[in-house]
Design a protein around this ligand. Sequence first.
Ligand code: PMT
Length: 400
Amino acid sequence: MSLAGKHIILGITGGIAAYKSALLVRLLVKAGAEVQVVMTPNAKEFITPVTLSTLSGKPVISEFFTANTGEWHSHVDLGLWADAMVVAPATASTIGKMANGVADNMLVTTYLSSKAPIFVAPAMDLDMMAHPSTTRNLSLLRSYGNHIIESRAGELASHLTGKGRMEEPEAIVEVLRAYFSRKDDLAGKKVLITAGPTFERIDPVRFIGNYSTGKMGYAIAQEAAGRGAEVTLVSGPVSIPAPVHPNIRIVNVESAQQMLDACEEVFPTADAAIMCAAVADYAPVAPSAIKIKREGNEPPVIHLVKNPDIARALGAAKRPGQLLVGFALETDHEGDNARAKLQAKNLDMVVLNSLRDAGAGFATDTNKITIFTADGRTVPFELKDKRAVASDIIDTMLSL
Ligand code: PMT
């Protein structure tokens, strides 16, 4: 009965995987939860409200009003009643509405009113899943702190094979169990996190940069704040949405020098720092004040100077009791290079990601990491959603 007494809203949308929602209701009730089903009008084409109300023991809500009595269903009360809201299956359409605040049905209105943690289990055809609009909308939901329960690869209703199958109901219940059994294990701790690239100015229109999007660092910030930490997120220039959490303060910077200045201000009072930014190692010595012209000129020679190593500077200033976590982004000799960085920068642990691993590193929603700790452990992890990777990083950090 690990979900005993938990109030769960189960949002069901109009996709073929809705047939699995009956089992999901049953498993949630068996685990001790009180389940309120909210369906989109289309979902009723795939599974009947009678089945779901029988299994949940509560009338299903689908419309804003009950037609014959005129009774209003308050999405606000419902949102506040919930300990968690699970949208399973979540179609591309509902994901888009949730991401963009299109409140034209009871499910999305309830979502927008809810202060509870939200879990979204997408289910759709493989091409819809891979479409840039779906990818963008899922990224937006992640940035709101919503938990995405990744869909699986397999045979789809279209008889095509690929990613798009809704996660199995048993696994969704496990995700909720894990969520509710977690602790506020970073409560009262101050954590500094760097994220994104740095841009080093060549002239007013050009810069030296790299492919970091900020997704990994922002996921760590969201996870740490979700676990009770007070987070300062020092972010290089990125175009993903800022994480939304009252415990996250964002300091936007552009260059490595600005990132160093921001970190040096915060680090003395931090309990831990996680250096996820892809900091440019070199910067132009003398950026031009005006745009460098192409016509009539030889190609310019840009003289570079070494940037400060922020992780190394914090490692040198680290006091007993503070934890410093670095990343190592490698393309070769991964283990050796990561261990060398652990030592050279006086880190307590280093998170290795290799560009040789598919789905790892820059810009992806997933990452595959191996953690090396200063006390001699090497801990490899599977390819996971960056939020789940963030959770592994923090768990390992706490083990130190
Ligand atoms: O942002 P995403 O698109 O999600 O991509 C995530 C990521 C690939 C950027 C991230 O997972 C990652 O690997 N970040 C570190 C990238 C990097 O610069 O690695 P590095 O091996 O060059 O640096 C080693 C460590 O020193 C890092 O902790 C880095 O932040 C730090 N460093 C490096 C150079 C420098 N001048 N100052 C630093 O503090």
